[in-house]
Design a binder for this molecule. Structure first.
Ligand SMILES: CC(C)(COP(=O)(O)OP(=O)(O)OC[C@H]1O[C@@H](n2cnc3c(N)ncnc32)[C@H](O)[C@@H]1OP(=O)(O)O)[C@@H](O)C(=O)NCCC(=O)NCCS
Length: 329
């Protein structure tokens, strides 16, 4: 039995300056502000410029986190970057971040678990700390989905944006910090949300690039259905594992994909609206960026009090889902 747990020492985040509104999208594809708002709750999203990549956002989020933490970069033991849009196939973008933030004594690796990656990464980092392997682990969720979005497909391009968020984990006594987590995947559903070409199975060719197969493909109905079914289940499992009840949750931060998914899933879970945070209206779905961005914004607003039960829940390509229960403070 682990004698110690992991807590969040500080949070940070970063978004690109460029705002892409629904009105802007109306000029790119056959859509309307009304359709996008009614079907997704999204009003605008942030988009990188051509020269900006995932590691640039990740570095900004990590630097802000470090500045707020009082921990020096040399004291970071490990950098884990959850992303589906790394700068390169290799080297890992986590290593680029490790170098640029001056974490000279840290190891680094990327973690890919679809949009659930940040939740997975947080649990992996917490496990290293509980096992007394490391004292300070930087967990970053960052993505630039705009680079892999099909800007001719109105069913997907209205959904996505770019962002990064980070947390610095450090040790604490058992019973506070990370209390429990559940990580799940259903590999048989991989095809409902994927980028089918560009890897070892189907290398890039002029033909498949011409067909847009190197960009996000999605069965929106199936993703919606799976998300709404699985989110309440995994949330319930994690809460039970922590020895708590649904009513004990102070705040729940769900992966920001679509406001309708959030509302349907939370209705099924039976959690009251004021406990469910949201910012999808301003940023859209930024994949691994959503949860740490919202967590940081809520933290900076002073929402969380010591002892609050904050639950983070992710879902996404894989099909993956996961939940982590944290006692704040
Ligand atoms: C994508 C999604 C918003 C579509 O919403 P929906 O209510 O299911 O809409 P439908 O796909 O049934 O489309 C309804 C109509 O709107 C049209 N439509 C689709 N996108 C449109 C857009 N941006 N603007 C206007 N019309 C659009 C469709 O072509 C369809 O028209 P038709 O009835 O003439 O065929 C919804 O399925 C969804 O959110 N899925 C989950 C996506 C997700 O979160 N993915 C990431 C998970 S990590």
């Amino acid at each position: 039995m682990a004698v110690r747990s992991a807590r969040i020492i500080a949070t940070g985040s970063a978004v690109p300056d460029k705002v892409l509104s629904n009105a802007d999208l109306q000029r790119i594809v056959d859509t309307t502000d009304q359709w996008i708002v009614e079907h997704t709750g999204i009003h605008e999203r942030r988009i990188c410029t051509d020269g900006e990549a995932t590691s640039d956002l990740a570095v900004r989020a990590a630097q802000q986190t470090l500045a707020r933490s009082g921990v020096s970069p040399e004291d970071i033991d490990l950098v884990i970057l959850a992303t589906v849009t790394p700068d390169y196939a290799f080297p890992a973008s986590a290593c680029l971040v490790q170098d640029r933030i001056g974490a000279t004594n840290a190891g680094g690796f990327d973690l890919e678990a679809g949009c659930t990656g940040f939740v997975y990464a947080l649990c992996v980092g917490a496990a290293f700390i509980s096992a007394e392997m490391y004292n300070h682990v930087m967990i970053i969720g960052a993505d630039t989905l705009s680079k892999v979005t099909d800007w001719t497909d109105r069913a997907t391009c209205v959904l996505f944006g770019d962002a990064a968020g980070a947390v610095l984990l450090g040790p604490c006594e058992r019973g506070s910090g990370v209390l429990s987590y559940v990580l799940e995947s259903v590999g048989a559903l991989g095809h409902i949300l994927d980028i089918p070409v560009g890897g070892g199975r189907c290398p890039l060719t002029p033909e498949n690039i011409g067909e847009g197969k190197h960009l996000i493909q999605m069965d929106g109905h199936e993703v919606f259905k799976q998300a709404v079914r699985r989110i309440p289940q995994v949330s319930q499992k994690a809460i039970r594992k922590a020895g708590l009840k649904r009513e004990d949750i102070s705040y729940l931060i769900l992966h920001q994909a679509n406001q309708r998914i959030t509302e349907s899933a939370m209705k099924r879970f039976g959690l009251s609206k004021e406990k469910v945070l949201s910012n999808v209206d301003r940023y859209g779905n930024t994949s691994n960026g959503t949860i740490p961005l919202l967590l940081d914004q809520a933290n900076q607003e002073g929402k969380f009090k010591p002892g609050d039960i904050v639950t983070l829940v992710g879902f996404g390509s894989g099909f993956t889902d996961g939940a982590v229960v944290i006692r704040w403070g």
